[in-house]
Design a protein. Structure first.
Length: 485
């Protein structure tokens, strides 16, 4: 069985608090993970601070870019290891793990090397009120030691989205992956070490949240900023902790995302798009569509088509050919999702398909599998409609007017994402302007250039990740003004 250690100042360290990582596919024990205690986390921060004030602080921009590209090259060379780590931890099918989790992660390191190398700042001359001439310019300076706290649903990519821009700007990083998915973060530490980064620049601490590595990291006053992706309640805890010392946070949090299908939509594309948006990665994506609103003339047909498509999805182990959906990430999470599904039935939902725990008659019966759900018939007040399930579920309701569906889509504390399906582009842009969400897709879902920012409104987050916005978050803006009479 694998042993996953903490990586601090270029050394791999065990602790006296091991815990076991269990496979979501078959329930087997697959790794012993060593939880970092407070002394370890504090040591990581101290060594990162020393590296920032020492060798790393003297490294040129060109050298940082070279090291980032080294990471991308090594990730591509070790892509099968990374893919297996992601798939084993999360249960995601191999093709999705290769394309999304690993391929885009390598691209992100290379992209941030390009972005930071071409990052231009402001400058202008002006005449002061008392006459003469002056020159004003801005520059960006690394914050110092920053925390990167990543979730379990897309663990490698969502960690890289924080680590790559932080390193590009010259920071030192303390990474804290989810305790549920520790393997790819450990491989990333190996890769960063192999790429040639000095000791202390990147550090990895394993553990949990409260009274563990997560809390010890956010409570350390020498950590200047935190990038976090995860659930809203944890984001609130990090925000409260970061308020001590007035430290920066960038939080991508939960969502209860709405999809809207108008009667003039291409129905084949809308059904296929909803199949992706609701059930990719078992619905364990912040941007997943858990609420669909379909214009009444096509409501019955849409429900029938989506129900048939979902009912025919192949569920199985990640390595099986043609598998469209693996297990949920853990038995604990499966229990949570199942309880919300059962509550929906009690509240009067009709399940078009799904909702049970499948039987395979092999070792997969020890895994965290569940059938994907298409549901109808619930009022907007139902918990299943209002609260994020973070599982393979989709509730569909009819609507009659544009004004009505905008109100329905916006009737949530969240504001992360929405998708709109129509062949009338005037309508699409008109409705987009009224939807309260940070990310809106027209006739697609998760169509993204990672050079562009993505963020949420309301309970879905603070700030944005991607492109220049991430580089700006992991740096301080400095204004310099000089009189040049």
């Amino acid at each position: 069985m694998k042993e996953l250690l903490n990586y601090i100042n270029g050394e791999w360290l065990k602790s006296d608090k091991p815990f076991i990582k269990v496979s979501p596919v078959n329930g087997r024990e697959i790794a012993t993970v060593y939880e970092a205690d407070k002394a370890m986390v504090d040591l990581a921060v101290q060594k990162a601070k020393e590296a920032f004030e020492g060798e790393w602080g003297q490294v040129t921009l060109q050298e940082r870019c070279r090291l980032l590209r080294n990471v991308a090259d090594i990730m591509e060379r070790r892509s099968e290891e990374l893919m297996l780590a992601e798939s084993t931890d999360v249960g995601v099918p191999y093709p999705a793990a290769r394309m999304l989790n690993v391929g885009r992660s390598a691209f992100a390191f290379r992209m941030y090397a390009d972005e930071v190398a071409n990052m231009f700042e402001q400058s202008h001359q002006f005449t002061p009120p008392n006459g003469g001439h002056a020159l004003h310019y801005t520059m960006r300076r690394a914050k110092g030691v920053v925390g990167a706290i990543s979730p379990w649903n897309v663990p490698l990519l969502l960690l890289v989205f924080k680590v790559a821009p932080a390193l590009a700007m010259g920071n030192c990083v303390i990474a804290k992956p989810s305790e549920v998915t520790p393997q790819s973060a450990t491989l990333l530490a190996e890769i960063i070490e192999e790429a040639g980064f000095p000791a202390g620049v990147f550090n990895l601490v394993h553990g949990f949240g409260a009274n563990s590595a997560g809390a010890f990291l956010t409570e350390n006053p020498d950590v200047a900023a935190f990038g976090f992706t995860g659930d809203t309640s944890t984001g609130e805890i990090i925000m409260r902790s970061a308020a001590k010392g007035v430290r920066n946070v960038c939080l991508e949090l939960g969502g209860k995302n709405a999809g809207i299908v108008f009667a003039d939509a291409d129905l084949d594309k809308a059904v296929a798009g909803t199949l992706r948006s609701a059930f990719t990665n078992c619905g364990q994506i912040c941007y997943s569509t858990e609420r669909m609103y379909v214009e009444r003339p096509i409501f019955d047909e849409f429900v029938k088509r989506l129900g048939n498509a979902v009912g025919n999805m192949k569920i199985g182990s990640p390595e099986e050919d043609g598998v469209q959906m693996g297990p949920l990430v853990s038995h604990h999470h499966r229990d949570k999702v199942k309880s919300m599904i059962d509550e929906a039935l009690k509240d009067g939902a009709t399940f078009v398909t799904g909702g049970r725990i499948p039987q395979f008659n092999d070792e997969k019966d020890n895994g965290a599998f569940i059938q994907p759900v298409v549901a109808i018939g619930l009022p907007e007040s139902a918990s299943f409609v209002r609260n994020e399930v973070f599982g393979p579920v989709c509730h569909i309701a009819p609507f009659d007017t544009e004004e009505e569906v905008v109100k329905l889509a916006n009737n949530t504390k969240y504001g992360l994402a929405s998708s709109i399906w129509t062949q009338n582009f005037s309508k699409a842009h008109r409705v987009s302007s009224k939807i309260r969400a940070g990310n809106i897709w027209i006739n697609d879902w998760q169509l993204r250039d990672i050079r562009t920012p993505m963020g949420g409104l309301g309970a879905s987050g603070v700030g944005a990740q991607g492109g220049r916005e991430s580089l700006e978050f992991f740096s301080d803006l400095i204004n310099v003004t000089a009189r040049i009479d």
